[in-house]
Design a protein around this ligand. Structure first.
Ligand code: NAP
Length: 297
């Protein structure tokens, strides 16, 4: 068997096109241009690239992008003051604070200072609680992107066994909540899970969000299962001094066992920013007292 490749790059392009259409409609019908503010503290190279890409794609879908680049030594009080200004700014519908923050800043405190209605990352404790209780929430971008690809591939997910490997607040836990809401039977595995290969072998759907290069092997996968690889790991490349990206799944082997699989790069990664833009659009709609139709994007 050779797996269907779930093309996250093409899917993300479709999502961005749909977002752009709705942005144009919102401007035309309501006179509102959604605005997304991204706050970067310090100069972490990977974060700098992410923020640049987010800003570029925000503008491409017709939204206003507000970038706030602060020095690494910014104090908590200064950062909280900026968030308070963005919370009060009617032109800003979405706020994202790029993580990780420098060590002297308390991420929980900073994230929980964002107005939950503008929390496009869905990390505010109110949104976490709303998601967990099945209420209208801002949903974290990476797991929502995974869910959109799974729904697109399977249609109904009801009754399927899903194993999420990883229990982080930004991927594993919200992914499990989303799959539970789809009536999957969920197992959340982590570093203390016993017999992980055996646990994963029970899954119709495997979501790997671990951060360990190619950890999930072909003989862990039930033939025909769908495998979503969230991992982004940089490993030495074939040419000395060069690196390449791999996921948490041993893609070349697993694709001969799985029914469907996301590649790395070109799977989950591109979906994350596309869903961020979707969330900013949802926030702008709600700010105007409107609701984006559930099947709109
Ligand atoms: P994280 O916070 O480091 O969490 C990793 C999780 O994996 C933890 O729950 C950990 O268990 C578990 N784990 C570690 N070693 C394990 C093992 N040997 N067996 C089973 N479980 C193990 O990472 P994260 O933020 O969730 O990110 C995970 C990966 O996704 C990373 O590669 C990251 O770069 C990537 N990522 C990609 C995107 C995207 O847009 N594509 C977005 C976010 C993250 P414990 O809790 O027991 O320690």
């Amino acid at each position: 068997m050779t797996a269907t490749i779930i093309d996250g790059k093409a899917f993300a392009a479709r999502v961005r096109a749909q977002v752009a259409e709705h942005v144009a409609r919102l401007r035309e019908e309501q006179g509102i241009t959604p605005g997304l503010a991204v706050v970067l503290v310090g100069e972490d190279p990977a974060s700098t690239v992410y923020v640049r890409n987010k800003g570029k794609q925000t503008v491409e879908v017709g939204m206003n992008s507000y970038e706030h680049k602060l020095p690494a030594e910014t104090s908590e009080a200064e950062l909280l003051a900026l968030i308070a200004r963005l919370n009060a700014d009617p032109a800003v519908h979405g706020i994202l604070v790029q993580l990780p923050l420098p060590g002297h800043l308390n991420s929980d405190l900073v994230i929980n200072a964002i107005d939950p209605a503008k929390d496009v990352d869905g990390f505010h404790i109110s949104n976490v609680g709303l998601l967990g209780t099945g209420q209208k929430a801002m949903v974290p971008c990476t797991p929502l992107g995974c869910l959109m690809m799974l729904r697109d591939h399977h249609g109904s997910l009801s009754g399927l066994n899903a194993v999420v490997v990883g229990r982080s607040n930004i991927v594993g836990k919200p992914m499990a909540q989303l799959l539970l809401a789809e009536s999957c039977t969920i197992t959340v595995a982590h570093s203390r899970t016993r017999n992980l290969p055996e646990v994963v072998r029970r899954a119709d759907i495997v979501v790997a969000a671990v951060g360990r290069p190619e950890m999930v092997k072909a003989d862990w996968i039930k033939p025909g299962a769908t495998v979503i690889d969230v991992g982004i790991n940089r490993v030495p490349g074939a040419v000395e001094g060069k690196t390449r990206l791999v996921g948490d799944v041993a893609y070349e082997d697993v694709r001969h066992v799985a029914g469907a699989i996301t590649p790395v790069p070109g799977g989950v990664g591109p979906m994350t920013i596309a869903v961020l833009l979707r969330n900013a659009l949802v926030a702008a709609y709600r700010h105007a007292g409107l609701e984006l139709a559930p099947d709109a994007i």
